[in-house]
Design a protein around this ligand. Structure first.
Ligand SMILES: Cc1cc2nc3c(=O)[nH]c(=O)nc-3n(C[C@H](O)[C@H](O)[C@H](O)COP(=O)(O)OP(=O)(O)OC[C@H]3O[C@@H](n4cnc5c(N)ncnc54)[C@H](O)[C@@H]3O)c2cc1C
Length: 405
């Protein structure tokens, strides 16, 4: 076992960190205040080779599984809002690359680096995606989408949005499929961006689909694969293959965990710099806070790296390792930013101060991609399952699992 980074991983981390320091951080406060979209920053990421399909797929192929967690930690340390906007595109692209037909991967994967989005959540279906009400019905060779998606990162401004919809309600989440919706498609309306507490550069919006007609080639993965999958589900057969699929939420949890670690680290570095030379760093209660925060950050990072390593090395995180990583890191980010606000004092809560912004950004990690409560429940069920035997293991809720191949 070796926890030291390779030369290639170290160099990659330095590249990401330089971009975060030189480009993301200076833009961060302004974008948060104006709720602006970070087009210029993302353009610079593209110029620096940090925002394109090939780079992301190469990072995802790291045998240790650490390149993407390193990317997420550095970018979220730079600016969580911008990183979330980039992450919404990257997530959509990885889905398309993993699940799409070769033609779809070639056309729509790169289109996400424009802007991409993934639309799952609905007003009545968040943690439990079995409750999705958006439907896709056949119309000749094509499909028609109807329904409402809410809190969609890059919503309404994406060049391509991957939309999850139910094609066979009798099958629950196994009866869902994913569709590619291009910018400007008829029958799609987008709200103004939501007034969010944090991650304001990520442009969350509600999308409404009313009779949105899609050609047959907009079904992600194609018709033949959908028919096979639905048939298997009707026969009650399990998904093919062992371990989490390429698009399972298990795979994104370590990345969100790493992002949360990045926010906590930004807050710690900021506090150390702010208090340097003031004598306060030697005060007993401040030492207690800093010692705890630094330990928690390393704990969270190690959990994220373990889960990422497992997923890249053929070890399914059946003990809840991916859930633990996301849960711990989200809690650490939220608690660290709150604790360090107390350490730094009331001036750090001022409107233009980075720390208060990270405090608002950090909270989101307990609310999305497996809320803190849902992740605790997922870990508990794995633990109970391990203790009582596999037959008593209850499946985790279908969180983000809709239409898994
Ligand atoms: C910043 C941000 C960005 C987002 N981006 C996207 C995006 O790009 N695409 C997208 O599709 N969605 C996105 N979302 C939506 C997000 O994934 C959902 O908000 C999340 O899944 C929770 O769903 P919900 O809001 O419906 O809450 P609910 O699922 O209704 O949960 C409400 C509360 O009940 C708790 N709860 C729910 N079920 C249980 C249970 N079984 N046991 C115990 N407690 C439970 C939850 O923890 C939560 O506290 C984003 C959200 C945020 C905040």
């Amino acid at each position: 076992m070796d926890l030291l980074l390779t030369d290639a991983q170290t160099a990659w981390r330095e590249r990401c960190r330089a971009f975060a320091d030189e480009v993301m951080r200076p833009a961060s406060a302004g974008l948060d205040a104006a709720r602006g979209y970070p087009s210029d920053v993302i353009g610079e990421a593209r110029r620096r080779g940090l925002y394109d399909l090939e780079t992301i797929l190469r990072a995802a192929a790291d045998p240790d599984g650490l390149m993407l967690p390193l990317y997420a930690e550095e970018l979220y340390r730079g600016c969580p809002g911008i990183a979330a906007a980039m992450g919404a595109s990257t997530g959509a692209a990885m889905l398309i690359a993993a699940e799409g037909t070769p033609e779809q991967a070639l056309r729509w994967g790169p289109a996400c680096f424009g802007i991409g989005a993934f639309a799952l959540t609905e007003p009545g279906a968040g943690s439990d995606v079995r409750a999705l009400a958006t439907t896709a019905r056949r119309d000749g060779e094509g499909w028609v989408l109807d329904g409402t998606k809410t809190m969609i990162g890059n919503g309404g401004i994406a060049d391509v949005t991957v939309v999850v919809a139910t094609v066979d309600p009798a099958l629950g989440s196994a009866g869902q499929a994913r569709f590619l919706v291009e910018a400007g498609a008829a029958g799609v309306n987008a709200s103004e961006p939501h007034e969010t507490m944090g991650l304001r550069a990520a442009h969350l919006a509600t999308l409404t689909f009313e009779g949105c007609r899609l050609d047959a080639d907009r079904l992600l993965g194609g018709q033949e694969r959908l028919v096979q999958r639905l048939d298997r589900a009707r026969r009650g057969e399990p998904r093919r293959g062992s371990g989490p699929s390429a698009t399972s939420p298990e795979r994104s949890r370590p990345l969100f965990a790493a992002g949360a670690v990045g926010i906590a680290r930004a807050a710690l570095e900021w506090t150390l710099e702010r208090l340097a030379g003031s004598g306060r760093l030697r005060e007993g209660w401040v030492e207690q806070a800093l010692g705890e925060v630094a330990t928690e950050i390393d704990c969270a990072r190690l959990l994220a790296w373990r889960a990422a390593w497992m997923l890249s090395n053929g070890h399914a995180p059946d003990g809840g390792e991916a859930n633990m990583a996301k849960l711990k890191a989200a809690d650490v980010a939220a608690r660290t930013t709150a604790r360090l606000l107390e350490v730094a004092g009331p001036s750090a809560a001022g409107g233009s101060c980075d720390l208060q912004r990270w405090f608002r950004d950090a909270k989101a990690f307990q609310l999305f991609e497996g809320t803190a409560q849902v992740e605790r429940m997922n870990v508990a069920r794995r633990v109970v399952g391990t203790a009582t035997g596999a037959e008593e293991r209850r499946p985790e809720p279908a969180l983000l699992a809709g239409a898994e191949a």
